[in-house]
Design a protein around this ligand. Structure first.
Ligand code: NAG
Ligand code: NAG
Length: 405
């Protein structure tokens, strides 16, 4: 609201309190001045109303302008916005953000809400950049930057939900015959390995404002395992799990054990046949004559770095769960090493993801290469995070799952 007002010079005049002298003839008789002032106040009030109504229009026009002149949008915005910018320039930054992420806010209240969320998130990013509490990590904005904290937390799974639900029924302990292997052809494990180099990993998707990470992580695991086993990359449908897996709770969370059991029994439809809509639909449209993609087995791996690497190198990407702390939302590079303190006291929810590889940074920091489901503007390399390896940071090595398709 305040920022919006700064857009209009008329409104600014009122705030400055010099309306009466700026637009009127000073030679008027003194007695008339009071009336004039009164009339003027009404005029000003009317102007203010019009100005506020115009704000939305101006904002939309600017968005339109931006859209029309993609290449030089920054220049145009600066010209249009410069004279009335708040000192910190957050509004123009926000405008650029909205254009870049194709935002269409429905109302002035919505603009205000999103600007507020963006602004407070920006302020936090600045403190994270300075503190370096979670490793030598870069932070910045992404598609999630105008979400409120509540929206972000709702897209994660609550700790209590997960603990209540967790019970392995389908997942089996990894058979000894599969656990005894070493690197390819008996060689030691390589220093660096990533399934993305072998063209079996599908692009990162976006779960949106829906607590469906469990569906995205399990589907990503199946997509990779299928490509490794059958040499064909399939874009599979998370929505199958939201609509049809009634043992899990769609946007209110779910559990990989039940998800993999469902996929084993019923399979996943193609994404093209059942696209993602980020909520549970009334009916499960998958019928018996649809082609679905099933898996053979899912194993809970040993909870240690070696076992995860073993499965990764020999069989495929590894499904994992972890606790999330707020700074992860703005991760933009480096090896994210959440502090033990934060993983204990600042957890805002749980999340499921997929390890596609591992390596070691120039500074000797060991990392997992992790595929997320927060869209391709988040993290590095279109949706990935380099996450500390071997120290079970925020529980990342607690629940590794490997599957065979
Ligand atoms: C996979 O399918 C979804 C539809 O749910 C679509 O949005 C996405 O672009 C597809 N990805 C690829 C790589 O084709
Ligand atoms: C399903 O798979 C079979 C065998 O691969 C194929 O012949 C058929 O065209 C597929 N049907 C659909 C609807 O994709």
């Amino acid at each position: 609201m305040v920022e919006m007002r700064l857009w209009n010079p008329h409104v600014k005049l009122i705030e400055d309190g010099n309306v009466s002298t700026s637009s009127h003839d000073t030679s008027n008789p003194a007695g008339k001045k009071k009336d004039d002032l009164h009339t003027m106040k009404s005029v000003v009030a009317a102007l203010e109303t019009i100005a506020i109504m115009l704000c939305c229009g101006v904002f939309l026009m600017l968005l339109l302008l931006c859209a029309l002149s993609r290449g030089s949008s920054l220049m145009n915005e600066e010209k249009a916005v410069a004279p009335v910018l708040p000192p910190d320039g957050i509004f123009s930054e926000f405008m650029i953000f909205s254009e870049k992420n194709s935002r269409k806010y429905g109302s002035k209240d919505e603009v205000t809400k999103r600007l507020d969320a963006y602004k407070s998130h920006s302020e936090r990013i600045e403190t994270w950049k300075v503190s370096k509490e979670h490793g030598n990590v870069e932070y910045g904005h992404n598609d999630l930057s105008d979400w409120t904290d509540e929206e972000f937390e709702n897209s994660l799974m609550s700790k209590s939900f997960y603990q209540r639900l967790r019970k392995n029924e389908f997942l089996k302990p990894v058979p000894e015959s599969l656990a005894q292997m070493k690197g390819e052809a008996g060689a030691p494990f390589p220093d660096y390995f990533d399934w993305r180099d072998r063209n079996v990993v599908t692009p990162v998707k976006a779960q949106g404002k829906c607590g469906s990470c469990w569906a995205f992580a399990s589907t990503a695991t199946v997509e990779a395992a299928w490509a490794i086993a059958h040499g064909e990359k399939r874009n599979l449908s998370e929505q199958t799990l939201l609509d049809c897996d009634l043992d899990d709770n769609a946007c209110d969370g779910g559990d990989e054990d039940k998800a993999f059991r469902f996929i084993h029994r019923n399979g996943l439809a193609y994404a093209a046949d059942l696209p993602y809509v980020a909520h549970r639909q009334e009916t499960c449209r998958v019928s018996s004559n649809w082609n679905t993609t099933k898996i053979k087995a899912a194993y809970s791996l040993h909870q240690d770095e070696e076992s995860i690497i073993n499965w990764l190198v020999n069989f495929g990407p590894v499904n994992i769960g972890m606790a999330v702390i707020q700074p992860m939302r703005a991760y933009k590079g480096g090896v994210f090493t959440p502090s033990a303190e934060a993983c204990k006291n600042e957890v805002i929810g749980l999340h499921a993801l997929l390890i596609t590889g591992y390596g070691t940074s120039k500074d000797g920091e060991k990392y997992w290469i992790v595929k997320n489901s927060w869209g391709d503007t988040w993290g590095v390399e279109n949706g990935y995070i380099y996450f500390a390896r071997g120290i079970n940071a925020c529980g990342i090595e607690d629940e590794p799952i490997g599957i065979l398709a």
